[in-house]
Design a protein. Sequence first.
Length: 276
Amino acid sequence: MSSSVPAQLIYFVPPPDGSAPFTRINVDPSSGQSPRNWVPETHTVEINNIRGKEHEFTLDKAGYQYYKRFAKHQAFTNDEDIKNEYYPESAELIKELTGASKVVLFDHTIRRRRPGQSSDDESKRQPVSQVHVDQTPAAAVNRVHRHLPAEEAEVYVKKRFQIINLWRPITHPAVDYPLALCDYTSVNQETDLVPVKLIFPDREGETFGVKFNPNHKWNYLKEMTQDELVLIKCYDSAKIKDLAVFTPHTGFLDKSAPKDAPLRESIELRALVFYD
């Protein structure tokens, strides 16, 4: 099994006119509105397969950590069933793996790769093919206030909290379009990240666009199975030297995968993670 594979990743370039970057979500094509004002830029990078060495990468150093845990819920076809069955077991799992005192799951996304099919429909989400970080610090704090009662939120934002994404393949191993993760130790916080406003029909959020840096170290776990998962740190409020705060990530086309490999299907579950 090859130790690395070359892949094309889409990075962020700020708007040429110097304006504040934005991305509009679920834009009506008839509105004439541009879905974004920044520029995508493709770079070919080496992505290392760390199978057999995944224990060397931890949530607090690399920004992500792989585990092997079977999910009791296996259907992943009905949102209400996912919330009623997969959410509770996942909240307990995140507590077990992180030592957190409280976990609040606030949403999930099922992604099924379907080449040539539009992903505008919320029910037909495709793997993301752009390097990004899910939340800026401001957006992370806003998430706490959005999903917790006001008095409770005021208490928890003063303590250490994280946003963690629990990602796993469903139906079959993730072979043709796996998830690539950028080691936090290779990211320059001062130069690589740019806040990008996310404009939804009913609200606004903020994510980080990631500019290309040849020092970025990209990894993946080749042919992840349904009983393998990765915790991806999207934000950490702790101010500790050398502690990973976030993880740039993206899906990518693995050209070393068999031509007849089943198309990737996965679930990502987003959690507010609190510590006493």
